[in-house]
Each structure stands twice: as structure tokens, then as C-alpha cells.
Design a protein around this ligand. Structure first.
Ligand SMILES: Cc1ncc(COP(=O)(O)O)c(C=O)c1O
Length: 436
């Protein structure tokens, strides 16, 4: 395969113009250059078709971050593009409400177990924040137990290292608990009696552990503990929604949350998110302040309607699980044979890349060598590995081939005891996401 180094003059020119104009250089931290190997990775993409993307210098790649998850069906997926173009011609936003608000709410109500009522936002953070407000309103309690990542809004961002500009006092409301360790949630309740009104969590790429005594899984147990302590259980399905199953991780793992949050895969890359939940909690939104100019924007709604119809009529979910399975097994099998501690982790439709050193620690330098060698071979890997309906067996085979070549280089880099000397660009920085 053709090597693609030093082919990014247009990317570099744009970046030079951006650095003094755009704080942090990027609108989305996980898309910024420091999340990739600078020098061997383009900085700007301008076109996508199916599972492939093209950078501003004309190079083509098989994409795996898929815009950090939203592209579930594929770039420029015809039924969605056509629905959106038709809608744009009719109008993107109006003085009064639009029928699509009702139609998409009805669709969500028919496919998501917990969706008795529905409200829309644009980003995931809109609806995780709405969920927290609703839970606080319903319980009269301000404290939140949380597990995973929930967006950039103050209530959550205060718990991260990127907490500048947020009153520190907000941190006092936040209580982390650990995935698959129910005792950490019990402890949060025990230490804050009568104060926690909301338990919010995402499902990482690890199955919820089954309790050997009750046979209940971790998500079901979290719900139980939340309810026993008078709190609302919120499942953040921004990543898992429309991906684990048409009804999300809640359907896949058989748990019905009080409230749940959807975004990313919902509209194949168009901006829309949804808070759904039980009527008794959702009705708090009659009074809770959640109202934005673009919440009912018809473009996102038309894209969501078209996307959900595809999910209902085509074997999208089966396909992404099967392609993901082949990819994970192909790469992991070769890594294991090579004695390299590289693993595509997570579940088939949503993976991650883990590369550990001899001491068993995640190693960003080794990960950088892998990302460098795969991008040079036409595969754009990053943090998350998301499979879309457009990834076909040819893409997967080429990706496994490229990854095997990259693993051979990784093996040589490890054996040399000087992996840095294998890097042609600057290594990737720390991923700005925390898991607990
Ligand atoms: C689990 C989870 N919740 C919430 C969010 C926030 O979504 P957004 O970035 O669209 O605001 C994300 C974003 O990655 C996420 O992964």
C-alpha cells in the first residue's frame, strides 16, 4: 500500500491560520491534532463517503473514529442525505413547532424501553444536563453520583482536570462511583444520607458484571440501589444508543432507567440529542427550564427519522456487531501471536485501542507508533473504534492487514528498547476523558 507521509500542505496551512484565531485550535478537543501523531496525520478532513474519508490534501482513509461516533450508517448515506436535503428546501426552523417533533418522539417512544416521554437537544451535554436538572427537581436533592463521562457542562466538568472557570463549590455535589463495583455507589449514599438525587452513568465497553447471588447485572443493581436510596437512575446512552441495539444498551442489558440520554448515532451525524424517560420524571420539564432556539430544528429531526427508519428496516445492528467482531478478532489474534500487548477493547460496534508496555501500563508512545503505521497505510484510527453500516468486509480485511503490518513495526520498536526512534512525528497526548 502507498505510504502517505509529508502529504499535508493544505492541512498545515489551515492549522497555521487556526492557531492564532481559534483557542485550542479546535472546536472539539478529541478532534485536535494532539490526539493523533502530528506530522504523519492530516489535521483537516473535508469529505466522506460510506466508511471512507478524504483529507484536505486529497488522501483517502478508512475511518474508525467516525466523527467520534455519530456516523452510524456511513458518510453521505443516501436515505439520510436525501431526507435532509428535502427538509432544507422546506425549511430548517420555523416560528411555530414542526410535525417532526411529534413524529420522532413517537418513533423513540416505540423503540426505547424507557421512553414514555421525549424532549430534544442538540449535543449530548444538553440532555445529560437536562436529566440532572429533572432528577434534582423531582427529588429536591442537589447531589449527583456519577460514573463515566457526561460532557462539558459545569456540573460534570468540575470533576475533570479541565475545570477552570467553574465554581469549585460545585465539586462538593459530585460523588464518583466505579463501574462494576456496586459497593462504591453504596458508599457514596452512605456518606451522603438523603442528599443524592441523581445517579447517572454510561456503559463502557465492558459487560455489566452479574451478581452470583441474585443473578442481576450491574446496571440492574445500580437502579435498585438508586431507588432504595430515593434517587433517580439516569442511563447516559450517548455512545451506546442506537448502537448496542435499536433500543440501546438498556434493551441489550435488560434494564429500564428512569431517564436516558441519546445523541451521537441518532441521526447519522446531524446534530440532535434526546432526553427520554418515565412520565413521572419527564413531566418535571413542564417547569424545569430547558428551552433553546434550535432544540426543534427540523434538519436534525429529519435526519433522525430517516436514520431510525434505516435501523428498523435494515440489518444495521447485526452488521456492525459482525464487522466489529471480525476486526477485533483479526487484530487481537495477530497481536497476541506477536507478543505485543495491543488489544482492540470494548464491544464489537464500539471499541478502543489499548497498548500496554512490559509493566502492564497504557503506553502512549507505543500507541503513537501503531497509529502512525496504520495512518501511513490508509487507516485512520484514533481513540474510539466505531463501526458503521458502511464498513464492509473489504474495509475490515484492509484494516486487519494494515494493523498486522503496524504490529510488526511495533514489535521491532519494542525489541529495539527505543520505540521513540520509530516515531516520525510527535506522539499523541493524554486522552481527555476519564473513566471511574
Ligand atoms: C457517554 C457520553 N455522554 C455525554 C457526552 C457528551 O456529548 P456531547 O459531546 O455531544 O455534548 C459524550 C461525548 O462524547 C459521551 O461519550
Amino acid at each position: 500500500m502507498k505510504l502517505l507521509t509529508n502529504m499535508f500542505p493544505v492541512s498545515e496551512d489551515l492549522w497555521q491560520r487556526a492557531v492564532n484565531l481559534i483557542p485550542a485550535g479546535t472546536q472539539t478537543l478529541s478532534k485536535g491534532p494532539d490526539q493523533f501523531v502530528r506530522g504523519v496525520t492530516p489535521k483537516y478532513l473535508k469529505k466522506g463517503a460510506g466508511s471512507h474519508v478524504w483529507d484536505v490534501d486529497g488522501n483517502e482513509y478508512i475511518d474508525y473514529p467516525m466523527a467520534l461516533g455519530p456516523i452510524l450508517l456511513g458518510y453521505d448515506y443516501a436515505p439520510v442525505t436525501e431526507a435532509v436535503v428535502k427538509q432544507i428546501r422546506e425549511g430548517t426552523t420555523f416560528t411555530l413547532m414542526h410535525p417532526l417533533e411529534v413524529e420522532v418522539a413517537e418513533l423513540l417512544n416505540s423503540i426505547i424501553p424507557s421512553a414514555e416521554m421525549v424532549r430534544f437537544g442538540k449535543n449530548g451535554a444538553d440532555v445529560t444536563s437536562a436529566a440532572v436538572k429533572v432528577a434534582r427537581a423531582a427529588t429536591g436533592r442537589d447531589h449527583i453520583a456519577y460514573c463515566g463521562y457526561h460532557g462539558c457542562q459545569d456540573w460534570y466538568a468540575v470533576t475533570t482536570p479541565r475545570n477552570k472557570g467553574i465554581p469549585r463549590s460545585l465539586a462538593g455535589f459530585m460523588h464518583p462511583f466505579e463501574y462494576n463495583r456496586i459497593e462504591t455507589l453504596e458508599k457514596a449514599f452512605a456518606e451522603n444520607p438523603g442528599r443524592i438525587g441523581c445517579v447517572i452513568m454510561e456503559v463502557p465497553g465492558v459487560d455489566p458484571a452479574i451478581d452470583p447471588v441474585t443473578g442481576k447485572n450491574f446496571l440492574q443493581r445500580v437502579k435498585e440501589v438508586a431507588h432504595r436510596n430515593g434517587a433517580v437512575f439516569v442511563l447516559d446512552e450517548i455512545v451506546t444508543g442506537f448502537r448496542y441495539s435499536v433500543g440501546g444498551a438498556q434493551k441489550y442489558y435488560r434494564v429500564t432507567p428512569d431517564l436516558s440520554c441519546f445523541g451521537k448515532g441518532m441521526a447519522n451525524g446531524f446534530a440532535i440529542s434526546a432526553l427520554v424517560g418515565k412520565r413521572e420524571f419527564m413531566k418535571e420539564l413542564n417547569e424545569v427550564f430547558f428551552s433553546m432556539t434550535y432544540s426543534g430544528d427540523t434538519v436534525g429531526l429529519a435526519a433522525a427519522k430517516a436514520t431510525i427508519k434505516e435501523l428498523l428496516n435494515k440489518p444495521v445492528i447485526g452488521h456492525i456487531w459482525e464487522m466489529g467482531r471480525i476486526l477485533h478478532e483479526g487484530i487481537n489474534g495477530f497481536a497476541e501471536k506477536s507478543g505485543v500487548k495491543l488489544r482492540i477493547t470494548g464491544k464489537p460496534p464500539r471499541g478502543g485501542i489499548s497498548i500496554k508496555n512490559e509493566n502492564g501500563e497504557e503506553d502512549l508512545l507505543l500507541k503513537s507508533v501503531f497509529l502512525q503505521e496504520t495512518i501511513k497505510r490508509g487507516v485512520l484510527f484514533g481513540g474510539p473504534v466505531f463501526i458503521s453500516y458502511s464498513h464492509n468486509t473489504d474495509d475490515i480485511r484492509k484494516t486487519i492487514d494494515a494493523s498486522c503490518e503496524a504490529i510488526k513495526v511495533l514489535r521491532a520498536a519494542i525489541d529495539s528498547k527505543d520505540p521513540a526512534s520509530f516515531l516520525e512525528g510527535e506522539p499523541v497526548g493524554v486522552v481527555f476523558r476519564q473513566r471511574n
